[in-house]
Structure formats: structure tokens, C-alpha cells
Design a binder for this molecule. Structure first.
Ligand code: ADP
Ligand code: MG
Length: 461
């Protein structure tokens, strides 16, 4: 049975490699292992939840199924997590499949030696996965699960504060926690590598060989912020040798940078081509959904009390800051509320903090202004500007005015009292107008459409 399973599965894999892109194949398909045939289904193991949910999406699921059907004449496939495999085997009384070719990081006894040098907060569990970082996340997990076997070198690049260091530590933490044999994981920032190296150069030959030994004995080498190697010829030369040594020995190398190898000035051609020979993947600023998930995760981890809905508002507002800055703002909001003896942070606190943060400046300079909103609405509804901010109360004017108030509130980081001044009304009137439109937008597609159209116009010119 095992033989049959393996033979047919090899054929499936062959078809997968032709059907899916090479990235999809290596990320999602190649880790699959056949475990059993259960009635009319083949049981496969997947390394983690992300892989499982990806493969269950229709575009993967349907193609996999049709290939499985061809080679096995089965009507279904079942995915179980690798961590559930032992239990499954016990339950079904299967013989243990041997997978000698993967580095088995669970087979040898655990020597408890040094302390885990990695930041305990920077784990895979604490890393929020969204569309902007899921590929790099999956690649990092793959590398952590099978160091040296999958993507080598793995090159991560992206702007500051987007999670590169977090991911490197997550790989370190994961291997550290799961290792049972002595795997030597070395994490170093490029700065430290350079300084260590120059220091060693200045001293005697002994120190230099010590230096080399430290890095060349690594089983997994994590190098953070490699861009700092630019302009340092000697260090590049040294790193090149370290790299080659490790690479040829099949050791895992993971590198982070704020930009792609091709954009690092004065990177020697040979290093550039070494870096490019592996898997290069960027990490993008988070989109709305990812921001929301990150905010929710941080609120949960830090045990912040936030009013319901504040997470949404923040996810909308914090569209031009990186994740590190997001964390800072969340913390400030929490402290501000606590300082004022509030049970939970609310929107007003958020406004205060964002204002003091200089968010207001950013928004103002981003070309959207009160004036622009008033002008656009005045044209859109064909209501004179003076009437819009005046005191007339006929329906043709009241509703555009309320929409105007709502949009000022949602598009600009300004306090309600400021909006009140513009309309010469107190802030309860402003709240009433805002809430009315917010409610209306929930149930009326027509209102949604109007808001969308106007917002588009406001943002377009
Ligand atoms: P970089 O090294 O790219 O400059 P860091 O890894 O230092 O960025 O990340 C900055 C902060 O943002 C860290 O506190 C990190 O935990 C957090 N962070 C970044 N990405 C995520 C994410 N996807 N989920 C949760 N926290 C994140
Ligand atoms: Mg960093």
C-alpha cells in the first residue's frame, strides 16, 4: 500500500509542478506528503494552517482534486496538519512512514545548553499574516521547518518597520524551540558583522580565525539589514567567503534588506548574483485588512481596552505609517485613556493622539482639506457653498451638509469641534449629522454610492 501510495503520489507531484507556478508549487504543493487512503479519499499532511487554508481555496482545491482523481481514482482529498500526523497514525494503526531526506529536527535528544537568544515576542504566532506578507511568511516558515532544504538563500526585502527583523527572529525562535539536535543558529546584523570583522582585522590572526569560525560553523545564518554592507569592500569580500562556505555545505542562509540586491549600490557582482540565486521576496506595507488584523492582534497581546469599532477606524486612518509606528500610536492611545481615568480608549482619544502625532499635518499636506470637501459637495449637489455652511434648513441643503460633515470626519484627522467651527454649530449637532449619515450608509446602497463617488472626486484632483 505504502509503495502504491508513493508511486502514484510522485506522479501527482509531477503534474502539480506542471500545473502550478513554480513559486506556488514550492510553497504549497511540494510540502504535501501522502499518509493514507481512507475510503474514497487520500489523506495528505500539510505543514501548517496557512498552507491548509490556501490549498482549500477553490483555485488550488479544484486543480489538486482533478490531478488526484486521475492518478488515484479517488473522489476527494483530506488535509491534516503535520502536527496531527502521529495521532492519526496511532488511530489508524499505520506503520510510520520514514522521511529520511528532510532534516529531522525532532529525532535526536535535546541538549539544554544556551538560552534562546531570540526575542520571545517575535514569533510566527505573533506575526499577523495578510495579503501583503503571506508569501514571505510562508517561505520563512518553510525554511524554519526544513532549514537548508527549501529556499536557499532566502532574501527578504522591504521598507523599514514592516516585519523583517520579526521574521528573522521567528525563524530563529522556531528552530530553537523545535530543534532536538545541536543546530547552530547565528543571527547577526550587518552592522555587527562589519564591526566584528574590522575588530578582528585590527587584532591578530587568531581573532580573525575565531571570527571566521563563528560564522562558518553556523547551520543557519540570519543576517539582518544587509544593505549596510554597501561601500565596504573588505567586509563584502569576507561575507562572500562566509556565504560560499555555508552555502556549499547546504546550510541555510536568510538575509534581510531594505531593498533588492540589484538596488544595493556597490554590491559586488558576485554577491549580487549569490543573493539572487535563491528566493527573493518582498514584504509590502499592510493593506487595510492586514492593518485591521495587526491592530486587533496588538490590542489582544497588550491587553489594551479599546471601544468597539475603534480598531476599524484606526485601520482606516493609519494608512501611511509602518507597523512599528502603528504600535507606537496604539500604545499612546492606551496610555492617554488610562491617564484620563477612562475604562477604554475611544475615538476622541484617538483623535487627540493622532493630532499630537502630527498625523494632522500629514493629512493636510496630502491635499485633502475642508475646503476641498466643501467645494466638491457643493458642485456635486449643486448647492452654493455659503448655503452648505449656512443656516438654511430645507431638505435639499440639510442632507448635503450632513454628508459634508460626515466626510470631513472620516477623511480628515480633525476634531469634531473644529468641524463644528466651520459650520458654526456645536459638536453635538456635528455628531448627530455624522451618525445619521453613517447609519444611512449602512442600509442604503444609494447613500453608499454617493459617498463613494464624492470621495473619489475629492481624492482624484
Ligand atoms: P523591520 O525589521 O522590517 O524594520 P520589524 O521586524 O522590526 O521591522 O517590525 C517592526 C515592529 O512591527 C515589530 O515590533 C514587529 O513585531 C511588528 N510587526 C511587523 N510586522 C508585523 C506583523 N505582520 N504582525 C505583527 N507585528 C508585526
Ligand atoms: Mg529590522
Amino acid at each position: 500500500m505504502q509503495k502504491y501510495l508513493e508511486k502514484q503520489w510522485a506522479e501527482c507531484m509531477d503534474d502539480f509542478s506542471k500545473t502550478f507556478s513554480s513559486v506556488s508549487y514550492s510553497l504549497w504543493l511540494s510540502p504535501l506528503q501522502p499518509l493514507n487512503i481512507e475510503e474514497d479519499s487520500i489523506v495528505l499532511t500539510v505543514p501548517n494552517e496557512l498552507a491548509k487554508s490556501t490549498l482549500e481555496r477553490p483555485n488550488y482545491h479544484d486543480k489538486i482534486l482533478s490531478i488526484v482523481k486521475q492518478h488515484f481514482n479517488l473522489s476527494n482529498f483530506i488535509l491534516i496538519l503535520e502536527q496531527e500526523r502521529d495521532e492519526y497514525i496511532k488511530e489508524f494503526n499505520l506503520s510510520h512512514p520514514n522521511d529520511e531526506d528532510a532534516i529531522d529536527i525532532t529525532s535526536i535528544e535535546k541538549p539544554i545548553t544556551k538560552q534562546n537568544p531570540f526575542n520571545p515576542r517575535y514569533t510566527f504566532e505573533n506575526f499577523v499574516v495578510g495579503t501583503t506578507n503571506q508569501v514571505i511568511y510562508a517561505a520563512c516558515r518553510a525554511v524554519a521547518e526544513q532549514p537548508g532544504k527549501r529556499f536557499n538563500p532566502l532574501f527578504i526585502y522591504g521598507g523599514v518597520g514592516l516585519g523583517k527583523t520579526h521574521l528573522l527572529h521567528a525563524i530563529g525562535n522556531y528552530i530553537w524551540e523545535h530543534k532536538t539536535q545541536n543546530i547552530n543558529i547565528v543571527y547577526i546584523t550587518c552592522e555587527d558583522f562589519t564591526n566584528d570583522f574590522l575588530e578582528a582585522l585590527r587584532k591578530k590572526q587568531d581573532t580573525l580565525s575565531e571570527f571566521r569560525e563563528k560564522y562558518r560553523n553556523a547551520d543557519v545564518l540570519l543576517v539582518d539589514d544587509i544593505q549596510f554592507i554597501a561601500n565596504r569592500e573588505k567586509t563584502q569580500e569576507e561575507f562572500f567567503h562566509t556565504f560560499n562556505n555555508l552555502y556549499q555545505a547546504g546550510k541555510q542562509i536568510i538575509i534581510s534588506s531594505d531593498r533588492q540586491p540589484k538596488d544595493i549600490p556597490t554590491l559586488t557582482e558576485r554577491l549580487r548574483s549569490r543573493f539572487s540565486s535563491g528566493f527573493i521576496q518582498d514584504i509590502q506595507p499592510p493593506d487595510f485588512e492586514t492593518r485591521l488584523l495587526i491592530i486587533q492582534k496588538k490590542i489582544e497581546l497588550e491587553d489594551y481596552s479599546y471601544a468597539p469599532g475603534l480598531d476599524y477606524l484606526l485601520a482606516e486612518r493609519l494608512d501611511n505609517v509602518n507597523i512599528r509606528e502603528m504600535e507606537g500610536i496604539l500604545k499612546k492611545i492606551h496610555f492617554y485613556a488610562a491617564m484620563h481615568g477612562m475604562k477604554e480608549a475611544n475615538k476622541e482619544v484617538m483623535e487627540e493622539v493622532l493630532n499630537s502625532q502630527g498625523e494632522l499635518e500629514k493629512k493636510k499636506s496630502s491635499s485633502i482639506s475642508e475646503d476641498k470637501i466643501i467645494d466638491t459637495i457643493s458642485k456635486y449637489f449643486n448647492v452654493p457653498r455659503d448655503d452648505l455652511i449656512g443656516r438654511k434648513r430645507n431638505k435639499e441643503i440639510v442632507e448635503p451638509r450632513q454628508i459634508c460633515i460626515y466626510l470631513m470626519w472620516s477623511l480628515l484627522a480633525i476634531p469634531l469641534t473644529t468641524i463644528g467651527q466651520t459650520f458654526n454649530r456645536d459638536h453635538t449637532t456635528i455628531i448627530h449629522a455624522r451618525d445619521k449619515i453613517m447609519e444611512q450608509a449602512k442600509s442604503s446602497p444609494a447613500t453608499q454610492k454617493i459617498l463613494e463617488d464624492i470621495t473619489k472626486q475629492i481624492k482624484s484632483d
